[in-house]
Design a protein around this ligand. Structure first.
Ligand code: FE2
Length: 376
């Protein structure tokens, strides 16, 4: 289980300070002198002290700490709470001409994926790698394969939350990731098809279970887990690269040995399955699912950073760094509702960049309680 702390902070003017409020961050004078440490509960004397140093404003804890928890391995069926901050960033993308073209191509490609997968599973047709690849390349040839593409995937909504959409998303995310990893063209193609077919075993499982909102019973969860073995069995006799078969079998294995179906660790997990695992979880967290709202990319990065034991760090770090860097110069909303601009990525804390807020530079990595909740 992963535990996350959600602290609601609020900036107040010193003139509005009241006895009993809790200081949420160290208060310094302009000269850098510590006036009051964080955690201090205000009384009359402390308030007078703050005023005497001409401190204009400071942060207080608005509510007591609360904790939410979730299991990373069940991410795609739990309602991850966003902080409720709406964002105009995705609305702006949805309004662009490019997004409309992307959406039209995406819908066409999803139909191709559905036909292809059904032909393989139900008609027992051979996997046509060229056809599958062309479905994905129709998108990546027209639209720049970078984080912008991830953002556009995030904006696709109003369609059935199907395995086919998820499969195409993961294939696209895998292809972009493979390019960031500077893979050869041949490997890129194999990784793309591995992403496209990773969940093919889900076609064997009832929609009542696959699309059930909320938590599954242990029996239902075991049935869902079996999609990995079903997928491998569907593909094992197909004349395709073995890494595609292994990705279907192993994409839910985790480097700490707590995944499924075989509880493999680190190098026991096929290299491509380790990449598909990252793309799979990223899509589960960021796509607009029917049973929860989508979440902020910096929250996603933060969740991955808290889960480093589960994924291969040499792939995960490149993936997260590229995503974080793509939001430099973007306006963001912080959890205290202040707004700022991302100006510097901290490679040791990718979810906590340097942000300019009203002309002041805030290094979020040095602020326990401040975080980005939305791209603006
Ligand atoms: Fe899966």
């Amino acid at each position: 289980m992963i535990y996350r702390e959600v602290v609601v902070m609020k900036r107040i003017l010193t003139v509005n300070a009241k006895v009993g409020m809790v200081i949420a961050g160290d208060i310094y004078t302009d000269a850098g002198l510590l006036v009051v440490p964080k955690g201090t509960i205000l009384d009359k004397g402390v308030i007078e002290g703050i005023k005497s140093y001409s401190v204009y404003d400071f942060f207080i804890e608005e509510e007591p700490k609360k904790t939410i928890s979730y299991d990373i391995d069940e991410l795609d069926r739990l309602m991850l709470e966003d902080d409720g901050t709406s964002t105009g960033y995705y609305d702006k993308i949805k309004a662009t001409e490019e997004f409309h073209k992307f959406e039209a191509q995406f819908v066409e490609s999803v139909k191709n994926v559905e036909d292809n997968i059904n032909n393989i599973v139900k008609m027992n047709n051979p996997v046509c790698v060229e056809d599958l690849l062309s479905t994905v390349k129709k998108i990546t040839d027209k639209f720049k394969p970078d984080v912008t593409l991830f953002d556009m995937l995030h904006c696709i909504e109003g369609y059935d939350d199907s395995t086919y959409i998820h499969s195409l998303n993961v294939a696209l995310i895998c292809r972009v990731t493979g390019e960031w990893l500077k893979m050869s063209q041949a490997d890129l193609d194999v990784l793309t098809v591995a992403g496209l077919l990773h969940d093919i075993g889900k076609v064997m499982i009832s929609d009542d279970i696959i699309k059930k909102p909320g938590k599954l019973t242990p029996t239902e969860y075991a049935i869902v887990q079996s999609h990995t073995v079903h997928g491998y069995n569907i593909l094992k006799n197909q004349p395709i690269d073995d890494r595609i078969k292994q990705a279907a079998l192993m994409h839910h294995e985790r480097c700490d040995g707590k995944g499924y179906p075989n509880k493999y660790k680190h190098e026991e997990i096929d290299l491509f399955a380790r990449i598909v695992a990252i793309a799979d979880v990223y899509d589960a967290m960021t796509s607009n699912r029917v049973y929860r709202s989508a979440i902020c990319p910096f929250n996603v990065i933060s969740t991955f950073e808290e889960s480093v034991d589960l994924f291969d760090p040499k792939f995960l770090y490149v993936f997260l760094e590229k995503i974080a860097h793509s939001y430099v110069n973007n306006e963001v909303v912080l959890n205290d509702e202040l707004e700022g601009t991302v100006v510097m990525i901290n490679k040791y804390a990718l979810a906590k960049p340097g942000v300019l807020v009203g002309g002041a530079y805030i290094d979020l990595s040095r602020q326990d309680k401040l975080k980005i909740t939305a791209i603006k």
